[in-house]
Design a protein around this ligand. Structure first.
Ligand code: C5P
Length: 229
C-alpha cells in the first residue's frame, strides 16, 4: 500500500443544526461517515484509511470503519481529531504507515464522493511531479463582490472554480508543509501552496458536494433514495 487517505470527521457540524457531530448524522439510515467510507473502500487503489473522529466517538467511528472495511480492516486506523480542521488533518498525518508515498485528505462531510474521484486524484498525484491535486468544478452562478449588502463589483467567473476533496499530495512535501506553515488554512491545497508548491486541478464531481446545511442533508437524502431505486 503506497497511498493513504485521511478522512476528517471530527467537526461538530453546527451549521447542520443537529445535536450529534455531523459525521454521525444519518442520511437514509446510514451515517455520513459510513457513506463516505463506502466511497473510500470502493477505490481501486489500495489505501491505508485513517479516520479522524471526535475524541469521544473514536470507538464508534472504529466500529463504523470496520463494518465498511470488512476484510480490509487491517488498513484502517482511527484517531482523535483537534479543534480545527487543520489540527484534525495533522492528527491523521501522525499515523501514516511506513511505505506510504502519497497522501489524500478527504472530508467525511463529502459523503457521496464516488470512488472514481479518489482514483482520479491518486493518478494525478502520481504523475504530477510534486504538485498537489484538487478536484475542481466550474462556477455556475454569477459572482459579485459586496461591501455589506451593496454590490461593489463584478467578478469574472471564467477563471474561477470551486474545489472539493479528496485533495492529494506527495507525502514528504505535505508533511514538511504541515510542519512549516503555522496559520490556519481552510483546505490542504492552500496550506500546500503557502509552503511554495504548485497545485493542479482534476475534474470534480457534483456528488462530492459537502453536506453543511439542512438543505444539503435533504439533497443527500433524495440522491441516496433515488439510487436505492
Ligand atoms: O466544518 P466543515 O464542514 O468545513 O468541515 C469539513 C470537514 O472537516 C468535515 O468532514 C469535518 O468533520 C472535518 N473537521 C474536523 N475537525 C475539525 C473541524 C472539521 O475533522 N475540528
Amino acid at each position: 500500500v503506497r497511498t493513504a487517505i485521511v478522512v476528517v470527521a471530527a467537526g461538530s457540524g453546527t451549521r447542520l443544526g443537529r445535536d450529534e457531530p455531523k459525521a454521525f448524522v444519518e442520511v437514509h439510515g446510514v451515517s455520513i461517515l459510513e457513506h463516505a467510507l463506502r466511497g473510500v473502500f470502493g477505490a481501486v487503489e489500495p489505501l491505508q484509511v485513517i479516520v479522524v473522529a471526535p475524541a469521544a466517538l473514536v470507538a464508534r467511528a472504529r466500529a463504523i470503519g470496520e463494518h465498511v472495511a470488512g476484510a480490509a480492516s487491517a488498513h484502517l486506523t482511527v484517531v482523535a481529531g483537534g479543534d480545527t480542521r487543520q489540527r484534525s488533518v495533522a492528527a491523521g498525518l501522525a499515523v501514516l504507515a511506513d511505505g506510504i508515498d502519497q497522501v489524500l485528505v478527504h472530508d467525511a462531510a463529502r459523503a457521496l464522493a464516488p470512488a472514481s474521484l479518489i482514483d482520479r486524484v491518486v493518478h494525478a498525484v502520481r504523475t504530477g511531479g510534486g504538485d498537489g491535486v484538487v478536484p475542481a468544478l466550474a462556477m455556475i452562478d454569477t459572482v459579485k463582490r459586496v461591501d455589506g449588502d451593496r454590490v461593489v463589483g463584478a467578478v469574472d467567473r471564467s477563471d474561477l472554480v470551486t474545489v472539493q476533496t479528496p485533495q492529494g499530495f506527495p507525502r514528504a512535501q505535505l508533511l514538511a508543509a504541515y510542519a512549516s506553515v503555522a496559520d490556519d488554512h481552510t483546505d490542504d491545497a492552500a496550506l500546500y501552496a503557502a509552503a511554495g508548491h504548485g497545485i493542479l486541478t482534476v475534474p470534480g464531481e457534483p456528488l462530492a458536494f459537502k453536506i453543511t446545511t439542512p438543505w444539503d442533508l435533504a439533497r443527500a437524502e433524495r440522491l441516496v433514495d433515488a439510487s436505492d431505486g
